[in-house]
Unconditional design. Sequence first.
Length: 300
Amino acid sequence: MSEQTPQQTEAAHEPDAVHTPEVKNSAQVPETVGVYGGGRMGAGIAHAFATAGSRVIIIENTDETVAAAKERVDASIEKSKSKGLEVKGSVEVVRDPTLLDQALLVVEAVPEIVELKQEILAAIAKHAPAASIATNTSALSIDELAAGLPRPQALIGLHFFNPVPVSDLVEVVVGTHTRPELVDVAKSWVEGLGKTAITVKDSPGFASSRLGVALALEAVRMVEEGVASAEDIDNAMTLGYRHPAGPLKTTDIVGLDIRLGIAEHLEAELGPRFAPPQLLKDKVAAGELGRKSGQGFYTW
């Protein structure tokens, strides 16, 4: 058993406790943060908290994924340092989930599969029984993910954006059972990361995914119908509406498979207006997933 802070020891006897780190101001990150999953998003979340001063523990399942996550984090941190940015904290990648009992906050950052996320959240609840828990889902229901957890009130959504270290926004998603005090604490953590929080209630696609996917799907339909090229559609939004990137380039960056999965989820929840175009399905089936595969609506 790892040594616990006084706050953790007290909270272990008070299941409904919400952890507020001992800070002199509200804009402060937890001293120790766990991240379950060291993929692109998990590594970015770890980097962001480490930059702000946290000791971050990433949990992975195999020696190979531990090595890959460590390489990913190290490369991201070195890129920041090369730009003169200070990383005040540290990141370690391990296979031992019992180390999560040292964390005040544990962030789940695994793929958007309900059953997988529920499995990982249950593991976090087991190994970090006194921690606040955040899920990095971009569209899945917080209430559904909280089902079966011993402390559903300790779960909140923290939807980070890719690439995490340089993104400015985090969606704080509030479930039916999420404690109000945790919402305030989570917003202070986001502020401590130097980012801006928006607060949304648990609903399909939240705010960002719902709006982003709606725009992207219409852009894909326009390509499918031959209205204009991907470049011209994106230029209409970047030059005409001052979007930093067009909806199709953003889809490439997010991943066409991710966008397709969210669209299918929103179609099931909200109806046919979110039905994915056949062109999107065909590209995913062909392995054209965007930047990560080298080909999407653009060649990378």
